[in-house]
Design a protein around this ligand. Structure first.
Ligand SMILES: [Zn+2]
Length: 113
C-alpha cells in the first residue's frame, strides 16, 4: 500500500526530529495534503497509527489540512481553484497551465514533548 510506505517515511522523519530536539514523543502533527499530492486521506489516516506503532510517534494526533488544486494559466493569466483534477484551465480551457498549489504533502507543524 502506497500510503503505508509514505506513513513509514513520515514516522522516520518525525523520529529524527525528535532526536534533534531532544524530545521523547510526538503529541500532535499537522500535515498539509494537496489534492494532487497522490496521497489518499482515508488510507493515510489508517496507515499512520500502524506506521507509528512501537515508535515515539505512537499515539500522536494526526491533523490533515487538505488544500485544493490551483492552476495558473499562461494563456488567460488567471489563477483558478478547481475540483477537477485535470490540467486544463477552468476559465478558458487552455492546457497551458501550471500547478500553483495542490501537489504538496508535508508536515506543517508538530508538537513534541
Ligand atoms: Zn486560461
Amino acid at each position: 500500500m502506497h500510503e503505508l510506505s509514505l506513513a513509514v517515511d513520515l514516522v522516520e522523519q518525525l523520529v529524527e526530529v525528535l532526536e534533534k530536539e531532544n524530545a521523547s514523543r510526538v503529541i500532535e502533527i499537522n500535515v498539509v495534503m494537496g489534492a494532487m499530492s497522490g496521497v489518499e486521506r482515508v488510507p493515510f489516516e489508517f496507515a499512520f497509527p500502524v506506521a507509528a506503532e512501537n515508535t515515539p510517534v505512537s499515539g500522536a494526533v494526526l491533523n490533515i489540512e487538505e488544500v485544493p488544486l490551483v492552476l495558473k494559466c499562461s494563456d488567460c493569466n488567471k489563477e483558478t481553484e478547481t475540483d477537477d483534477l485535470i490540467m486544463v484551465c477552468p476559465n478558458c480551457n487552455s492546457v497551458s497551465v501550471e500547478i500553483v498549489q495542490g501537489k504538496e504533502f508535508l508536515v506543517k507543524s508538530m508538537e513534541v514533548q
